[in-house]
Each structure stands twice: as structure tokens, then as C-alpha cells.
Write a protein that binds this ligand. Structure first.
Ligand SMILES: *[C@@H]1O[C@H](CO)[C@@H](O)[C@H](O)[C@H]1NC(C)=O
Ligand SMILES: *[C@@H]1O[C@H](CO)[C@@H](O)[C@H](O)[C@H]1NC(C)=O
Ligand SMILES: *[C@@H]1O[C@H](CO)[C@@H](O)[C@H](O)[C@H]1NC(C)=O
Length: 372
């Protein structure tokens, strides 16, 4: 009995340690601890283990906030320091996770040169054929030149390397994105309930939104991602959607919501089990995030072949309307999709794209449709 108790305590203790490691910034995940002066040549990192808690490979620079490249000030997303990855350079860190658990990785990045920049994010080893994603570092959604990104993965092993790699081959090896604030969150996978046939319809479960960032988290298109960091939902489009929280934005319900930032190119979808011939009501909120995104907006909802358009007049100061789509299922699986009909830009002259916010999506079967 005593032995069992000791074992149990040990088990709980180690479980706890794993947990505390996995939710939040990785050790030195914001790179505020840097190399010793002897491990730097100008801003170039010398040696593979110069940055505490990280292993680096290739042309990696340690960038201080305010540092210039020519006339351009390099944008450090958060705090005082970030790293820059040159062509084919990578940073990696070993993490201990819960085997079989689903995780969302969030990190911030900013572009430094004019050309398109990309990061290859992977977790190794994995039992999957492909468990990496190439994320384009687009900075057209934020006013300040940096963004946060999230991707999801399943931990196939209890100990893994998180690798962020710049696959670019630019002419100037010093070109390459800045990386900052690498964080992990264990995801809880919501189920459908009798109160909502959709999973995670209110988007409360999703990747970590870094508390010190004000620009939300871009969830890249599903095509680049083996598992969604937004449980239940897939990003069924060419462009990202933005995950936002009530600490920094107005959201219709709860603490989190999704902003459809790229018109028809930015769609979220979920496939639900339905019964042929049954009538269903899909209800949802359409609003704005109180982020200077003004104008006439329309969110289009699809359930199989049925569709509804919900107009919303945004003053850019928050608010929302209710939308509803009633449909009769014609298949045992119905694809629910939402996108914004138009592109919208913030009215702050930043040229950043923005769009309507969608939240509180519910699907219920209607038992007596004639009486409803
Ligand atoms: C991170 O690095 C610091 C300084 O090198 C070290 O003291 C600490 O133990 C490391 N943390 C982890 C979790 O490896
Ligand atoms: C991305 O990284 C993974 C593993 O780190 C590698 O297998 C894959 O080839 C890389 N993809 C690209 C496009 O660089
Ligand atoms: C947020 O910023 C504060 C103050 O700069 C810092 O102490 C804290 O570690 C930061 N938190 C995260 C999660 O980056």
C-alpha cells in the first residue's frame, strides 16, 4: 500500500512538472537571455549553444530592440531581444510533453527584408510522414510589422525537438525573419454536446495568445498544417484567419473569437454528422473586433448547399448581430463554412487587412420545424 502511494505521488509530481513545462513560453522562449559577449561577433551568434536553452545552426543573429539594418529599424516583436534566422538557419529546443497530447505552438515573427519570407516549423521525431508546415511570414494584418502564428501537432514521443527553420535561399544571407516568443499549449479537444452539435463553436479552446502581444494570432491555412491549433475547425482557404482575445479586442461571446481577415480567401470550416431529412438551425454572431475595421461587411455561412448572408455595418468600435441558417440535411456529413464576402482595411492608414469577427456558432437539430 505504502509503495503504491509513493508511486502515485511520484507519478503526480512528474505529471505536474510536464504540465508546467508545456503551457506558456518555452524556457528562454522570448530570447531575453542571450549569448555571452564572447559568443557574439557583432550580432552574429558563434557556436551552437550560445543562446541559453536553445540549439542553433547556421547564420543566426541575436537582435536587440532598436537595432538598425541600414536605415531600417528591425522590429523585435516582444521584449528587448529576438533572433534572426538567415538562409537555412534554424533554432531548436528539446521539450518534454505528454505523449499523445495535442499541442499548439505559438510564436511571433517579423520580416526584415522586402522579399517574401517563410519559416518551416516542425516537431521531431514524429510517426507521421509529414508533420511540418511552411508558414509564410505575411505582415499585412498587423499595423506594427510583426505577427504571431500558431500551428498544431500531436506529441508522438514524450521528448521532442521544436524546430524553427528558415528554408529561404535569399541573395543576402542576412535577410531572414526575426523570431520571438515561442510558446506551447496543451489543447483540450472539445466534443459535440446536446447543446451544440459543433465542436468548439465559441472558439474558447485554441492556441496561446501571448499576453504581451496585441495583434492576435494568425492561424495559417490547413494545407500547411497536419493538425489544427483551433480544435474542431479547419482553415479551408488560401489565407490565414486571426484568433483574437477579449483582453485586446471586443469579442461577441466569452474570451476568444475569430476574425476573418482576408475576404473569401480566409474561411473556417467544420464537418458535422447530420441525419438525412432532419432540419437544423445554425446560429452565430457576426461583429467587429473594435480595431478600427470599418465598413459594410457580409459574412456568408454555408451548410452543405444552403447558404445565408449576414450583413453587418461596422463602425470599428465593437458590436455584433445574430445570424441564422436553417437547413435540411441531405447527407450524413454536412460541411459548415464561414467566410467574409469582402476585403476590408483598417482606417488607420496602415494598409492592414481586417474583417468581420465570427463567434458563438451553434448547431442544433429542430424537432418540430413547422412550429419553430
Ligand atoms: C535554461 O537555461 C538556463 C541557463 O543556461 C538553465 O539554468 C536552465 O536550467 C535551463 N532550463 C531548462 C528547462 O533547461
Ligand atoms: C521542414 O523541416 C522538416 C524537419 O525539420 C524537414 O523534413 C522538411 O524537409 C523541411 N521542409 C522544407 C520545405 O524545408
Ligand atoms: C511580458 O512582459 C513582462 C514585462 O516586460 C515580462 O516580465 C513577462 O515575462 C512577459 N511575459 C511573456 C509571457 O512574455
Amino acid at each position: 500500500m505504502q509503495k503504491l502511494q509513493v508511486l502515485l505521488v511520484l507519478f503526480l509530481a512528474s505529471y505536474d512538472a510536464v504540465f508546467s513545462l508545456s503551457d506558456g513560453l518555452l524556457p528562454n522562449g522570448n530570447f531575453e537571455k542571450g549569448p555571452r559577449p564572447s559568443q557574439l561577433k557583432g550580432s552574429v551568434v558563434v557556436g551552437n549553444d550560445a543562446i541559453p536553452n536553445w540549439t542553433t545552426q547556421g547564420f543566426v543573429e541575436y537582435i536587440r530592440s532598436g537595432q538598425k539594418q541600414g536605415d531600417m529599424v528591425l522590429v523585435v516583436p516582444e521584449g528587448s531581444y529576438a533572433v534572426r534566422l538567415g538562409n537555412e538557419a534554424y533554432i531548436k529546443q528539446k521539450v518534454q510533453l505528454m505523449k499523445g497530447g495535442f499541442y499548439a505552438l505559438t510564436f511571433s515573427a517579423s520580416r526584415t527584408c522586402a522579399q517574401e519570407e517563410k519559416l518551416n516549423v516542425s516537431v521531431v521525431p514524429t510517426t507521421e510522414k509529414k508533420d511540418w508546415g511552411v508558414i509564410p511570414i505575411q505582415t499585412m494584418y498587423g499595423s506594427n510589422g510583426c505577427e504571431s502564428f500558431a500551428c498544431g501537432f500531436r506529441a508522438d514521443y514524450p521528448e521532442l525537438d521544436v524546430v524553427i527553420h528558415n528554408p529561404g535561399v535569399e541573395e543576402d544571407p542576412a535577410c531572414g525573419p526575426l523570431v520571438d516568443s515561442v510558446a506551447l499549449k496543451l489543447l483540450f479537444l472539445p466534443r459535440r454536446t446536446s447543446a451544440n452539435l459543433l465542436k468548439n463553436g465559441n472558439f474558447e479552446e485554441g492556441p496561446l495568445i501571448l499576453p504581451n502581444t496585441t495583434w492576435g494570432v494568425l492561424i495559417p491555412p490547413h494545407i500547411d498544417d497536419a493538425h489544427s491549433p483551433l480544435p474542431g475547425w479547419i482553415i479551408e482557404s488560401l489565407k490565414a484567419v486571426k484568433y483574437i482575445d477579449s483582453d485586446h479586442y471586443t469579442v461577441p461571446e466569452g474570451k476568444r473569437a475569430v476574425e476573418l481577415v482576408a475576404g473569401r480567401e480566409s474561411a473556417i470550416a467544420q464537418v458535422v454528422r447530420t441525419t438525412v431529412g432532419k432540419v437544423y438551425d445554425l446560429t452565430f454572431s457576426v461583429g467587429d473586433a473594435s480595431n478600427k475595421c470599418e465598413g459594410s461587411m457580409v459574412v456568408e455561412a454555408f451548410a452543405g448547399k444552403d447558404t445565408a448572408k449576414v450583413p453587418y455595418e461596422s463602425k470599428g468600435k465593437g458590436g455584433f448581430v445574430q445570424g441564422k441558417l436553417r437547413f435540411k440535411a441531405v447527407s450524413t456529413r454536412t460541411r459548415i463554412i464561414f467566410y467574409s464576402s469582402f476585403y476590408t482595411m483598417k482606417n488607420d492608414n496602415s494598409g492592414s487587412l481586417c474583417g468581420p469577427v465570427i463567434d458563438d456558432i451553434r448547431l442544433l437539430s429542430v424537432r418540430y420545424p413547422r412550429q419553430a
